[in-house]
Write a protein that binds this ligand. Sequence first.
Ligand SMILES: [Zn+2]
Ligand SMILES: [Zn+2]
Length: 132
Amino acid sequence: MDENDNPAAERELGCPIFEAGILIAPHDKPTCNGLVAPNMSKVRRHLQKQHLKRKPKNGDPHLNFLAHCLTCNEQFIDETVYRATHNTATCRKSKRPRKGDDAQREQWITLCALIFDTELAQRSYDSKHSPS
Ligand SMILES: [Zn+2]
Ligand SMILES: [Zn+2]
């Protein structure tokens, strides 16, 4: 069910929570072992498996809900908002997503910004283990 199986040399994507965590609290034990994913659906699957409702040592879970609407290609961490119109016939926001590096980057930062904030999301993306 991957919507992006393009094997082209795209930049690998990390786990937003892992990457941001390194910036926020470099000495804390990360909540996961990180991720090297070729596309956003793998990133979302990782978050759903590893992070959903999982509490870090101190504080609230980073993520209580995560869904991706295939119609408008937006990501949601608020279940109420998502259930209201998305992935149903009432959502007809836009056409199929653009693909490629830019789209992946945009989605990654958008998702990370939903969980944290835009500034941190941008920094997390940029600081991602440099591709060698
Ligand atoms: Zn993770
Ligand atoms: Zn939608």
